[in-house]
Design a protein around this ligand. Sequence first.
Ligand code: G6P
Ligand code: MG
Length: 216
Amino acid sequence: MPSIQACLFDLDGVIVDTAQFHYIAWREMAQDLGFDLTREENERLKGISRMESLEIVLSIGGVHLSEEEKLRRAADKNARYLDLCMQMTPDDALPGVRRFLDELKQNGIPSGLGSASKNAKVILERIDMLHYFDTIVDGNRITKGKPDPQVFLMGAADLNVTPAHCAVFEDAVAGIESAKAAGMLAVGIGEASVLTEADIVIPGFENFGLPQLEKI
Ligand code: G6P
Ligand code: MG
């Protein structure tokens, strides 16, 4: 039996680069409220739920809103975000990820999605990748966001694989923490200087496949 029996994937920044659209939509909201949001500040929002992200953005601008206004702003941001996402096509899947998911399927290794996003299914449908996933754990199912391990533990339970036999692919610091707290192998997508808690960090899936995974 291979030590890795299931793979769990974050969505934004791992399967597809929607972070740019989140950034545009949050930045427009910030500017409407009278302040700017830098790319660096936007990094803090990766892997973090919509309402928590809103709180972080408002705190950056030192803006206080009523609960009702917060809900309205979050809904507006989401509408703008989804509008931007509609530009995407199946070609927007990140390089190599489709091939890797095919390789897993051919080898009988189930795949799951573990994302804080409530839009996960819509996005996967848009890029024609929903069929790759044997389970979807998204922002509509979880009660505790990353870095809590819940999202990946639910994925492992759905796939009937013990956490120690799961590998997680994540681009966010909070997501790597979540994977490690779940007792899983954490593969960082991005830079080793940022994802310091990951077991290994790769720039993307272009030169990565099952043989490389099995060697970790
Ligand atoms: C992902 C992204 C976050 C985003 C969160 C919620 O984790 O990395 O930047 O805030 O999903 O997304 P949603 O689509 O539900 O607003
Ligand atoms: Mg991500």
